[in-house]
Design a protein around this ligand. Structure first.
Ligand code: DGY
Length: 328
């Protein structure tokens, strides 16, 4: 395929440098207004392009692929998560799907670690108290949080991001426990001094802080169900920078309100951009607007990944970040 004539439809505004490079290489339709395209607009773009540079928020489901026409050959997603893409429907039409899996792991892990510190140490509550004029001077008993050092961190999904979280957590004196479908490479396990739990239920019952770091797939929807959240100890905290759908948010809010869980730090929600009002109202919950990968560096590198995937495809090679299943 001739790279110069390959037509790319980009669904959202990307960093300027990324758009400039795309425009150098290809014939590109941009979305300068950065408005989320509705289904009709998305399908119209796809029908006139060889490549769709999509991102989180674009609903690329079976209906989309059925109506996307025959020209579309590659969906080059700007982002690691692909739960908004029906991979089977894409495969059925021989459309390749790529993502940007490796470049955002470190920044995402920083955000998970920030939440692991922020919730037990009540950082946001402290800022709010100061802003509201509630600081009367130091007191032996005011604004007491819980010590992080010595606690057990249970990581659900010890992949790229999970391992980066584990490395940071070790430096803060947490011990590492993890649940995956299978145990990881023993050398990595040894380096992290990580304990593998085949049973997620058993791990949850034994950990003090849970960090959710696995992808959202049909199999992991509400992985932290009400039943599983109830297995956690009352002093436990839940941190999630992956996808909101992994946790039954209502159950989480109820258990926190009832004092059956100590708090939560969430960068993602079940119904983005809306955040659960019960969680918004809880003092011991820190909510962030899906910003774990929001650094200039990550977003430029994600753009670079998208360009490399498209360029390899244009040159007749297999793009490096082909997504085979929803598992990252
Ligand atoms: C992803 O990459 O899927 C993140 O959630 C957005 O950066």
């Amino acid at each position: 395929m001739n790279a110069k004539r390959l037509k790319i439809a980009v669904t959202r505004k990307l960093p300027d440098a990324v758009e400039a490079r795309l425009a150098d290489l290809f014939d590109v339709i941009f979305n300068p207004d950065d408005v989320l395209l509705d289904r009709g607009a998305l399908i119209a773009r796809a029908r006139e392009a060889d490549v769709l540079a999509s991102t989180l928020g674009d609903q690329l489901d079976a209906v989309f692929f059925a109506q996307a026409g025959d020209r579309l050959k590659l969906v080059a997603n700007f982002g690691a998560g692909v739960d908004h893409i029906d991979l089977a429907a894409a495969r059925a039409k021989d459309i390749i799907v790529t993502n940007t899996p490796s470049v955002l792991a470190e920044d995402a892990a920083d955000m998970a670690m920030a939440l692991i510190l922020a919730v037990p140490r009540r950082l946001v509550e402290g800022v709010r108290a100061l802003e509201m004029g509630a600081f009367q001077g130091w007191s032996p008993t005011w604004m007491l949080g819980r010590r992080v050092r010595g606690k057990k961190l249970g990581i659900i999904g010890l992949g790229r991001v999970g391992q980066a979280v584990a490395l940071r957590a070790r430096a803060f004196g947490l011990s590492i426990h993890y649940h995956n479908r299978a145990s990881i490479n023993p050398h990595v396990e040894e380096e992290l001094e990580a304990t593998y739990w085949e049973s997620l239920d058993q791990m949850l019952a034994h950990t003090d802080i849970v960090s959710v770091n696995c992808p959202h797939t049909p199999a992991t929807y509400h992985l932290l169900s009400r039943r599983r959240l109830e297995l956690l100890q009352p002093h436990a905290y839940v941190v999630n920078i992956s996808r909101g759908e992994l946790i039954d948010e209502d159950a989480l809010a109820d258990l926190i309100a009832a004092g059956r869980l100590a708090g939560a730090g969430l960068d993602v929600f079940e119904n983005e951009p809306s955040a659960n009002p019960k969680l918004m109202a809880a003092p011991n919950v820190v909510l962030l607007p899906h910003m774990a990968s929001a650094t200039v560096e990550s977003r430029l590198e994600m753009g670079e990944c998208v360009i490399i995937n498209i360029k390899m495809f244009a040159d007749g090679h297999k793009p490096p970040d082909r997504v085979i299943s929803g598992i990252l």
